[in-house]
Ligand binder design. Structure first.
Ligand SMILES: NC(=O)c1ccc[n+]([C@@H]2O[C@H](COP(=O)([O-])OP(=O)(O)OC[C@H]3O[C@@H](n4cnc5c(N)ncnc54)[C@H](OP(=O)(O)O)[C@@H]3O)[C@@H](O)[C@H]2O)c1
Length: 324
Protein backbone atom coordinates (compact mmCIF):
# COMPACT_ATOMS: atom_id res chain seq x y z
CA UNK A 1 0.00 0.00 0.00
CA UNK A 2 1.20 3.51 -0.80
CA UNK A 3 0.71 6.21 1.82
CA UNK A 4 0.22 9.92 1.31
CA UNK A 5 0.21 12.99 3.55
CA UNK A 6 -3.29 14.31 4.12
CA UNK A 7 -2.60 17.95 3.32
CA UNK A 8 -1.17 19.80 6.28
CA UNK A 9 -3.14 17.85 8.92
CA UNK A 10 -0.13 15.73 9.89
CA UNK A 11 -2.22 12.62 9.12
CA UNK A 12 -1.13 10.00 6.62
CA UNK A 13 -3.72 8.16 4.53
CA UNK A 14 -3.53 5.00 2.46
CA UNK A 15 -3.61 5.78 -1.27
CA UNK A 16 -6.64 3.46 -1.47
CA UNK A 17 -9.54 4.56 0.72
CA UNK A 18 -12.59 2.53 1.72
CA UNK A 19 -15.89 4.02 0.51
CA UNK A 20 -18.85 3.15 2.75
CA UNK A 21 -21.45 4.75 0.46
CA UNK A 22 -24.58 3.44 -1.14
CA UNK A 23 -23.25 2.85 -4.67
CA UNK A 24 -20.87 -0.02 -3.83
CA UNK A 25 -23.38 -0.72 -1.10
CA UNK A 26 -21.50 -3.19 1.12
CA UNK A 27 -21.69 -1.05 4.29
CA UNK A 28 -25.33 -0.16 3.64
CA UNK A 29 -27.00 -3.29 2.27
CA UNK A 30 -24.36 -6.00 2.75
CA UNK A 31 -24.60 -8.89 5.19
CA UNK A 32 -22.91 -7.94 8.47
CA UNK A 33 -20.38 -10.83 8.41
CA UNK A 34 -19.32 -9.71 4.90
CA UNK A 35 -18.82 -6.15 6.12
CA UNK A 36 -16.72 -7.36 9.06
CA UNK A 37 -14.62 -9.67 6.87
CA UNK A 38 -14.03 -6.96 4.23
CA UNK A 39 -13.15 -4.17 6.68
CA UNK A 40 -10.80 -6.54 8.55
CA UNK A 41 -9.09 -7.48 5.30
CA UNK A 42 -8.87 -3.85 4.22
CA UNK A 43 -7.05 -3.00 7.46
CA UNK A 44 -4.79 -6.02 6.99
CA UNK A 45 -3.97 -4.77 3.48
CA UNK A 46 -3.02 -1.37 4.89
CA UNK A 47 -6.15 0.69 4.16
CA UNK A 48 -6.37 3.45 6.77
CA UNK A 49 -9.14 5.78 5.56
CA UNK A 50 -12.84 4.88 5.89
CA UNK A 51 -15.39 7.28 4.43
CA UNK A 52 -19.02 7.35 5.51
CA UNK A 53 -21.82 9.94 5.75
CA UNK A 54 -24.97 10.57 7.72
CA UNK A 55 -27.00 10.09 4.56
CA UNK A 56 -25.53 6.75 3.43
CA UNK A 57 -28.37 4.34 4.09
CA UNK A 58 -29.95 7.07 6.28
CA UNK A 59 -27.30 6.52 8.95
CA UNK A 60 -26.98 2.76 8.50
CA UNK A 61 -23.48 3.01 7.00
CA UNK A 62 -22.26 4.87 10.12
CA UNK A 63 -23.93 2.30 12.39
CA UNK A 64 -22.32 -0.58 10.52
CA UNK A 65 -18.85 0.98 10.23
CA UNK A 66 -18.84 1.90 13.93
CA UNK A 67 -19.95 -1.60 14.96
CA UNK A 68 -17.43 -3.35 12.74
CA UNK A 69 -14.48 -1.20 13.89
CA UNK A 70 -15.48 -1.78 17.53
CA UNK A 71 -15.81 -5.50 17.02
CA UNK A 72 -12.41 -5.60 15.35
CA UNK A 73 -10.92 -3.63 18.26
CA UNK A 74 -9.90 -0.89 15.83
CA UNK A 75 -11.95 2.03 17.17
CA UNK A 76 -8.99 3.24 19.24
CA UNK A 77 -6.33 2.54 16.59
CA UNK A 78 -4.88 5.98 15.87
CA UNK A 79 -3.83 4.88 12.36
CA UNK A 80 -7.44 4.24 11.30
CA UNK A 81 -8.97 7.49 10.11
CA UNK A 82 -12.76 7.78 9.94
CA UNK A 83 -14.48 10.53 8.01
CA UNK A 84 -18.19 11.26 7.94
CA UNK A 85 -20.37 14.04 6.51
CA UNK A 86 -23.22 16.37 7.29
CA UNK A 87 -25.82 17.33 4.69
CA UNK A 88 -28.16 20.24 5.40
CA UNK A 89 -31.74 20.62 4.20
CA UNK A 90 -33.04 23.92 2.86
CA UNK A 91 -34.86 24.84 6.08
CA UNK A 92 -31.68 24.16 8.09
CA UNK A 93 -29.65 26.78 6.19
CA UNK A 94 -31.19 29.45 8.45
CA UNK A 95 -29.64 27.88 11.58
CA UNK A 96 -26.47 26.27 10.29
CA UNK A 97 -24.63 25.95 13.62
CA UNK A 98 -27.50 24.21 15.39
CA UNK A 99 -28.25 21.92 12.45
CA UNK A 100 -24.61 20.87 11.98
CA UNK A 101 -24.05 20.30 15.68
CA UNK A 102 -27.19 18.16 15.94
CA UNK A 103 -26.18 16.15 12.87
CA UNK A 104 -22.60 15.56 14.05
CA UNK A 105 -23.79 14.48 17.50
CA UNK A 106 -26.19 12.01 15.86
CA UNK A 107 -23.36 10.70 13.65
CA UNK A 108 -21.16 10.16 16.71
CA UNK A 109 -23.95 8.23 18.44
CA UNK A 110 -24.41 6.03 15.37
CA UNK A 111 -20.66 5.48 15.02
CA UNK A 112 -20.39 4.84 18.77
CA UNK A 113 -17.48 7.26 19.12
CA UNK A 114 -16.79 10.40 21.09
CA UNK A 115 -15.08 12.07 18.17
CA UNK A 116 -14.52 11.61 14.48
CA UNK A 117 -11.26 12.32 12.62
CA UNK A 118 -12.82 14.18 9.71
CA UNK A 119 -16.19 15.88 9.28
CA UNK A 120 -17.12 17.01 5.79
CA UNK A 121 -19.82 19.31 4.52
CA UNK A 122 -21.75 17.19 2.02
CA UNK A 123 -23.91 19.68 0.07
CA UNK A 124 -22.85 21.13 -3.26
CA UNK A 125 -21.17 24.53 -3.36
CA UNK A 126 -22.81 27.26 -5.45
CA UNK A 127 -25.46 29.96 -5.49
CA UNK A 128 -28.57 27.78 -5.99
CA UNK A 129 -30.91 26.93 -3.18
CA UNK A 130 -33.51 24.46 -4.37
CA UNK A 131 -35.86 22.69 -2.02
CA UNK A 132 -34.22 19.35 -2.77
CA UNK A 133 -30.57 20.39 -2.51
CA UNK A 134 -29.51 23.74 -1.08
CA UNK A 135 -26.07 24.71 -2.33
CA UNK A 136 -23.80 26.54 0.12
CA UNK A 137 -22.41 29.95 -0.84
CA UNK A 138 -19.26 31.54 0.59
CA UNK A 139 -21.10 33.13 3.53
CA UNK A 140 -22.70 29.81 4.40
CA UNK A 141 -19.28 28.18 4.17
CA UNK A 142 -17.77 30.70 6.56
CA UNK A 143 -20.48 29.81 9.09
CA UNK A 144 -20.03 26.10 8.43
CA UNK A 145 -16.27 26.18 9.09
CA UNK A 146 -16.80 28.26 12.24
CA UNK A 147 -19.15 25.56 13.48
CA UNK A 148 -16.67 22.81 12.65
CA UNK A 149 -13.98 24.75 14.56
CA UNK A 150 -16.30 24.92 17.59
CA UNK A 151 -16.90 21.19 17.35
CA UNK A 152 -13.13 20.69 17.27
CA UNK A 153 -12.78 22.74 20.48
CA UNK A 154 -15.48 20.56 22.02
CA UNK A 155 -13.40 17.47 21.11
CA UNK A 156 -15.99 16.12 18.68
CA UNK A 157 -14.03 16.40 15.41
CA UNK A 158 -10.31 16.62 14.63
CA UNK A 159 -10.32 18.05 11.07
CA UNK A 160 -12.93 19.24 8.60
CA UNK A 161 -13.46 19.55 4.88
CA UNK A 162 -15.97 19.91 2.07
CA UNK A 163 -17.32 17.90 -0.82
CA UNK A 164 -16.04 19.85 -3.80
CA UNK A 165 -19.03 19.28 -6.08
CA UNK A 166 -21.07 22.17 -7.44
CA UNK A 167 -20.27 25.13 -9.67
CA UNK A 168 -16.65 25.33 -10.76
CA UNK A 169 -16.19 29.05 -10.05
CA UNK A 170 -17.83 28.74 -6.66
CA UNK A 171 -15.63 25.77 -5.81
CA UNK A 172 -12.46 27.68 -6.69
CA UNK A 173 -13.66 30.64 -4.64
CA UNK A 174 -14.40 28.31 -1.71
CA UNK A 175 -10.90 26.83 -1.85
CA UNK A 176 -9.44 30.36 -2.01
CA UNK A 177 -11.53 31.41 0.99
CA UNK A 178 -10.24 28.29 2.77
CA UNK A 179 -10.71 27.61 6.47
CA UNK A 180 -10.98 23.83 5.98
CA UNK A 181 -8.50 20.98 5.78
CA UNK A 182 -9.67 18.86 2.87
CA UNK A 183 -11.80 18.43 -0.23
CA UNK A 184 -13.53 15.45 -1.82
CA UNK A 185 -13.20 15.88 -5.55
CA UNK A 186 -14.58 13.90 -8.51
CA UNK A 187 -11.55 12.75 -10.47
CA UNK A 188 -11.38 9.82 -12.86
CA UNK A 189 -10.36 8.70 -16.35
CA UNK A 190 -13.61 10.04 -17.82
CA UNK A 191 -13.31 13.43 -16.16
CA UNK A 192 -9.73 14.21 -15.08
CA UNK A 193 -10.28 17.99 -15.16
CA UNK A 194 -9.96 18.49 -11.39
CA UNK A 195 -6.29 17.57 -11.69
CA UNK A 196 -5.26 17.66 -15.34
CA UNK A 197 -5.78 20.16 -18.14
CA UNK A 198 -8.56 19.30 -20.62
CA UNK A 199 -9.36 20.56 -24.12
CA UNK A 200 -11.53 23.67 -24.59
CA UNK A 201 -14.29 21.47 -26.03
CA UNK A 202 -14.20 19.01 -23.11
CA UNK A 203 -17.81 17.76 -22.94
CA UNK A 204 -18.25 17.44 -19.16
CA UNK A 205 -17.94 19.86 -16.26
CA UNK A 206 -14.44 21.35 -16.23
CA UNK A 207 -13.21 21.54 -12.62
CA UNK A 208 -10.22 23.48 -13.91
CA UNK A 209 -7.48 22.06 -11.72
CA UNK A 210 -9.38 22.34 -8.44
CA UNK A 211 -7.39 19.53 -6.83
CA UNK A 212 -4.11 21.28 -7.61
CA UNK A 213 -5.34 24.56 -6.17
CA UNK A 214 -6.52 22.82 -2.99
CA UNK A 215 -3.25 20.93 -2.60
CA UNK A 216 -1.26 24.14 -3.13
CA UNK A 217 -3.22 25.60 -0.20
CA UNK A 218 -2.22 22.67 2.01
CA UNK A 219 -5.54 20.84 1.78
CA UNK A 220 -5.80 17.07 1.76
CA UNK A 221 -7.49 15.63 -1.34
CA UNK A 222 -9.88 12.70 -1.31
CA UNK A 223 -10.68 11.51 -4.85
CA UNK A 224 -14.24 10.28 -5.35
CA UNK A 225 -15.94 8.51 -8.25
CA UNK A 226 -12.60 6.90 -9.12
CA UNK A 227 -14.53 4.14 -10.94
CA UNK A 228 -17.30 6.50 -12.11
CA UNK A 229 -19.70 4.63 -9.84
CA UNK A 230 -18.66 1.32 -11.47
CA UNK A 231 -18.91 2.41 -15.14
CA UNK A 232 -15.13 2.40 -15.50
CA UNK A 233 -15.17 -1.39 -15.10
CA UNK A 234 -16.59 -1.32 -18.65
CA UNK A 235 -19.48 -3.61 -17.68
CA UNK A 236 -23.10 -2.55 -17.15
CA UNK A 237 -24.13 -5.37 -14.81
CA UNK A 238 -24.39 -4.30 -11.16
CA UNK A 239 -23.48 -6.42 -8.17
CA UNK A 240 -26.62 -7.49 -6.20
CA UNK A 241 -25.49 -5.43 -3.15
CA UNK A 242 -24.66 -2.34 -5.26
CA UNK A 243 -27.10 0.47 -5.98
CA UNK A 244 -29.14 -0.78 -8.96
CA UNK A 245 -28.79 2.53 -10.79
CA UNK A 246 -26.11 5.22 -10.68
CA UNK A 247 -26.42 8.89 -11.57
CA UNK A 248 -23.13 9.95 -13.16
CA UNK A 249 -21.25 12.82 -11.51
CA UNK A 250 -19.61 15.19 -14.01
CA UNK A 251 -19.39 12.61 -16.80
CA UNK A 252 -21.89 11.49 -19.47
CA UNK A 253 -25.62 12.03 -18.87
CA UNK A 254 -26.21 8.30 -18.46
CA UNK A 255 -24.36 5.43 -16.79
CA UNK A 256 -24.64 3.39 -19.99
CA UNK A 257 -22.77 6.08 -21.94
CA UNK A 258 -20.05 6.15 -19.27
CA UNK A 259 -19.72 2.37 -19.62
CA UNK A 260 -19.27 2.72 -23.37
CA UNK A 261 -16.74 5.56 -22.96
CA UNK A 262 -14.72 3.39 -20.59
CA UNK A 263 -13.74 1.18 -23.53
CA UNK A 264 -11.68 4.05 -24.95
CA UNK A 265 -9.04 2.89 -22.45
CA UNK A 266 -8.93 -0.66 -23.80
CA UNK A 267 -5.55 0.17 -25.40
CA UNK A 268 -3.96 0.05 -21.93
CA UNK A 269 -4.97 -3.61 -21.69
CA UNK A 270 -3.98 -4.40 -25.27
CA UNK A 271 -0.52 -2.94 -24.62
CA UNK A 272 -0.14 -4.90 -21.39
CA UNK A 273 0.07 -1.79 -19.19
CA UNK A 274 -2.80 -3.00 -16.99
CA UNK A 275 -4.81 -6.17 -16.52
CA UNK A 276 -8.21 -4.51 -16.83
CA UNK A 277 -10.06 -1.19 -16.82
CA UNK A 278 -10.56 -1.13 -13.04
CA UNK A 279 -6.80 -1.31 -12.58
CA UNK A 280 -6.35 1.49 -15.10
CA UNK A 281 -8.89 3.68 -13.31
CA UNK A 282 -7.44 3.21 -9.83
CA UNK A 283 -3.81 3.61 -10.88
CA UNK A 284 -4.64 6.69 -12.97
CA UNK A 285 -6.05 8.47 -9.92
CA UNK A 286 -3.29 7.51 -7.49
CA UNK A 287 -0.74 8.60 -10.12
CA UNK A 288 -1.59 12.19 -9.27
CA UNK A 289 0.57 13.04 -6.29
CA UNK A 290 -1.84 15.66 -4.91
CA UNK A 291 -4.39 12.89 -4.28
CA UNK A 292 -4.14 11.82 -0.63
CA UNK A 293 -6.48 8.87 -1.03
CA UNK A 294 -8.56 7.39 -3.85
CA UNK A 295 -11.90 6.19 -2.52
CA UNK A 296 -13.35 3.06 -4.03
CA UNK A 297 -16.84 1.86 -3.22
CA UNK A 298 -17.00 -1.91 -3.00
CA UNK A 299 -19.79 -4.44 -2.96
CA UNK A 300 -17.84 -7.40 -1.57
CA UNK A 301 -14.49 -8.69 -0.34
CA UNK A 302 -13.34 -9.69 -3.82
CA UNK A 303 -13.70 -6.14 -5.18
CA UNK A 304 -11.74 -4.81 -2.21
CA UNK A 305 -8.95 -7.39 -2.71
CA UNK A 306 -8.71 -6.46 -6.38
CA UNK A 307 -8.72 -2.73 -5.70
CA UNK A 308 -5.89 -3.17 -3.18
CA UNK A 309 -3.90 -5.33 -5.60
CA UNK A 310 -4.24 -2.70 -8.32
CA UNK A 311 -3.40 0.20 -5.99
CA UNK A 312 -0.36 -1.80 -4.85
CA UNK A 313 0.95 -1.80 -8.42
CA UNK A 314 1.52 1.92 -7.97
CA UNK A 315 1.45 4.86 -10.31
CA UNK A 316 1.21 4.50 -14.10
CA UNK A 317 4.36 5.22 -16.14
CA UNK A 318 4.78 8.92 -17.04
CA UNK A 319 4.71 8.09 -20.75
CA UNK A 320 1.31 6.40 -20.35
CA UNK A 321 -0.05 9.32 -18.30
CA UNK A 322 1.06 11.71 -21.02
CA UNK A 323 -0.94 9.78 -23.62
CA UNK A 324 -3.98 9.53 -21.34
N1 LIG B 1 -18.84 13.44 -1.03
C1 LIG B 1 -19.65 12.99 -1.96
O1 LIG B 1 -20.60 13.62 -2.37
C2 LIG B 1 -19.36 11.63 -2.52
C3 LIG B 1 -19.93 11.28 -3.76
C4 LIG B 1 -19.64 10.02 -4.27
C5 LIG B 1 -18.83 9.15 -3.57
N2 LIG B 1 -18.30 9.50 -2.36
C6 LIG B 1 -17.46 8.56 -1.59
O2 LIG B 1 -16.66 7.82 -2.48
C7 LIG B 1 -16.90 6.42 -2.30
C8 LIG B 1 -16.78 5.69 -3.63
O3 LIG B 1 -17.67 6.26 -4.60
P1 LIG B 1 -18.82 5.46 -5.33
O4 LIG B 1 -19.13 4.22 -4.54
O5 LIG B 1 -19.89 6.43 -5.61
O6 LIG B 1 -18.22 5.11 -6.73
P2 LIG B 1 -16.96 4.32 -7.30
O7 LIG B 1 -16.01 3.93 -6.23
O8 LIG B 1 -16.52 5.12 -8.43
O9 LIG B 1 -17.67 3.00 -7.89
C9 LIG B 1 -18.13 1.96 -7.08
C10 LIG B 1 -18.52 0.78 -7.97
O10 LIG B 1 -17.35 0.31 -8.63
C11 LIG B 1 -17.49 -1.06 -8.90
N3 LIG B 1 -16.28 -1.75 -8.43
C12 LIG B 1 -15.60 -1.53 -7.29
N4 LIG B 1 -14.54 -2.34 -7.20
C13 LIG B 1 -14.54 -3.08 -8.32
C14 LIG B 1 -13.71 -4.09 -8.79
N5 LIG B 1 -12.63 -4.51 -8.12
N6 LIG B 1 -14.01 -4.65 -9.99
C15 LIG B 1 -15.09 -4.23 -10.69
N7 LIG B 1 -15.92 -3.25 -10.27
C16 LIG B 1 -15.64 -2.69 -9.09
C17 LIG B 1 -18.73 -1.54 -8.18
O11 LIG B 1 -19.74 -1.63 -9.20
P3 LIG B 1 -20.52 -3.02 -9.48
O12 LIG B 1 -21.42 -3.24 -8.35
O13 LIG B 1 -21.23 -2.74 -10.75
O14 LIG B 1 -19.50 -4.10 -9.60
C18 LIG B 1 -19.07 -0.41 -7.25
O15 LIG B 1 -20.45 -0.26 -7.07
C19 LIG B 1 -18.28 6.34 -1.68
O16 LIG B 1 -18.50 5.14 -0.99
C20 LIG B 1 -18.24 7.54 -0.77
O17 LIG B 1 -17.53 7.20 0.42
C21 LIG B 1 -18.55 10.73 -1.85
Amino acid sequence: MLYRPFGSTGLTLSALGFGCGSIGGLMVRGAYPDMRKTVARAIELGVTYFDTASMYGVGQSEVNLGAVLRELGQETNADIIVGTKVRLKTDEMTHIERAITTSVEASLRRLGRESVDLIQYHNRIGPNRTAADPEANLDDLARIVQTFAKLQKAGKVRFWGITALGETDALHAAVEQGGFHSIQSAFNLLNPSAARPVAADFPYQNYDGLINRAAARGMGVIAIRVLAGGALSGASARHPVAAPSVNPIASAPTYETDVQQAHAFQFLIDEGVVENLVEAAIRFVISHEAVSTALVGTSNLEQLELAATYAGRGTLPEEVLGRL
